[in-house]
Design a protein around this ligand. Structure first.
Ligand code: ZN
Length: 451
């Protein structure tokens, strides 16, 4: 009975919350440009305080403040930690926006503004859920904590130090980490973790200087040499050729596959959307989604060598550079995979290829379907939306789950949230659907009740 009253209060509170979201989205908190950081942190702190949280801003060394708030109802009750970020992506190409990205508007069932999906809308929906509980029974039924940082979009450089220093206040029994989108029909999607990324540049230098290409008959070519190297990394079928690469990759469980069989991903839709003739996994949607989730990848993100301008220039380049991302599945570790890559290139004789590993490192990590936070998220999706959520064992993208699961020791999942797959994260015309905002807030409210 109480829960249905809470959910009614969520529904009644949607309109004023959308006004609050507009105010939040008017703050141009682009972390890459260090814009509006202190105002936005202060805004978030006020939002939390207004909903009964004991909230404050913590300064970081050289970064924007981290906002933390807690509402401890009873030490004996479980504690749910919610992580979001108040920063947003840059807005270029600005010409492709239908309007000013920081002048939010509601247009039919869409709310349009930079950051509304990623992740300002989540915070406002979660606070609406908290308010509904307070209006119904005076306080939330569990302890709640919010961690809202301002640098997620630039790789959270100051978050690890913050967490290290404030481990005690971040203790919780489960965490929800941004994300949380909906399918076309409004069904929520939960992801129980993420893949990780090892990102490297490979630089091949075969000579001191570029040469006239007439010397190609006698002199090495850096681009060809790097291509030979790349062919030793990955087979045409996508399989990675580095020895022991798959050694620790976590295999699927029967329960995970049962959920994956029910996913809504359709091969035909993806092929049409991307204009791609064939997907790995074939024409069977279940096989494709299984491949998408469980396959580590080696991706050429960019390749530069020689002359790439207009017209012709006959040159035999001395240097070639490729950017590679290796997506790793849970069980693998970035450092160990990097060592395997180094060993492989050495054994294969590519001493002329330098490996430059990038510092931003998100480890792969995922939790089990049996975790309390997962059970609560699944059951509450039924309360909030009247049907089962879609559940992925982990996201094909990278996220902060590893940080929460392993560094902080708090089991975490992605969702509930307010976006959908047309939300245009990081792209022009970022938007959410009002129906998803309402469902996301209901889901959070029910989850607070179930946890
Ligand atoms: Zn983002």
């Amino acid at each position: 009975m109480t829960l249905s009253e809470v959910l009614d209060r969520v529904d009644a509170g949607v309109a004023p919350s959308l006004e609050l979201l507009k105010a939040y989205c008017r703050l141009p908190s682009i972390s890459a440009e260090r814009r509006a950081q202190s105002e936005t942190a202060a805004f978030v702190r006020r939002l939390l305080t207004e909903e009964g949280f004991e909230a404050r801003e913590y300064s970081t060394e050289g970064g924007p403040p981290v906002v933390f708030g807690q509402q401890i109802v009873d030490e004996k009750l479980p504690t749910l930690l919610m992580y979001e970020h108040y920063d947003v992506q840059p807005v270029d190409p600005i010409d492709e926006w239908r309007r000013d990205p920081f002048d939010p508007i509601i247009d039919g069932d869409r709310f349009l503004a930079r950051g509304c999906g990623d992740t300002k809308g989540n915070l406002i929906a979660q606070l609406l859920a908290v308010r509904a509980w307070r209006q119904t029974v005076g306080q939330p039924p569990i302890n709640l904590k919010f961690l809202v940082e301002g640098e997620e979009e630039v790789g959270s450089p100051h978050l690890p130090a913050f967490v290290d220093r404030h481990r005690e206040i971040l203790k919780a029994d489960g965490a929800t980490i941004e994300g949380g989108d909906h399918l076309a029909d409004g069904r929520p999607r939960l992801e129980l973790g993420c893949k990780g990324i090892l990102y490297v540049d490979l630089v091949c230098r075969t000579a001191k200087v570029d040469q006239h290409s007439s010397y190609a008959a006698i002199s090495p070519n850096a681009a060809w040499r790097l291509i030979e190297c790349l062919e030793r990394l990955r087979a045409p079928n996508g399989r990675i050729r580095i020895p022991r690469w798959y050694e620790n990759a976590r295999p699927p469980t029967a329960a995970e596959l049962r959920y994956l069989r029910k996913t809504s991903l359709r091969v035909e839709d993806l092929k049409e959307y991307w204009g791609v003739r064939n997907l790995r996994g074939g024409s069977d949607s279940y096989r494709v989604v299984r491949t998408l989730v469980y396959s580590p990848t080696c991706t050429i993100c960019g390749f530069v060598s020689g002359y790439t301008g207009e017209g012709t220039k006959t040159v035999n380049p001395a240097v070639a550079r490729v950017k590679l991302d290796f997506r790793l599945v849970p069980g693998m570790r970035i450092e160990a995979q990097l060592e395997k890559l180094r060993d492989h290139l050495r054994v294969e004789g590519f001493d002329d290829v330098e490996i430059i590993a990038h510092e931003e490192r998100l480890q792969p990590s995922a939790i089990s379907l049996k975790e309390r936070v997962v059970r609560a998220a699944i059951e509450s999706a039924r309360d909030a939306c009247g049907r089962d959520p879609e559940v992925w064992p982990w996201s094909p993208g990278a996220s902060a789950n590893g940080f929460f699961n392993e560094v902080l020791g708090v089991p975490s999942l992605l969702g509930p949230g307010v976006s959908y797959d047309g939300s245009n994260y990081h792209a022009p015309n970022e938007n959410i659907r009002l129906t998803d905002f309402r469902l996301g807030a209901r889901h959070s409210a029910a989850m607070i009740g179930r946890f």
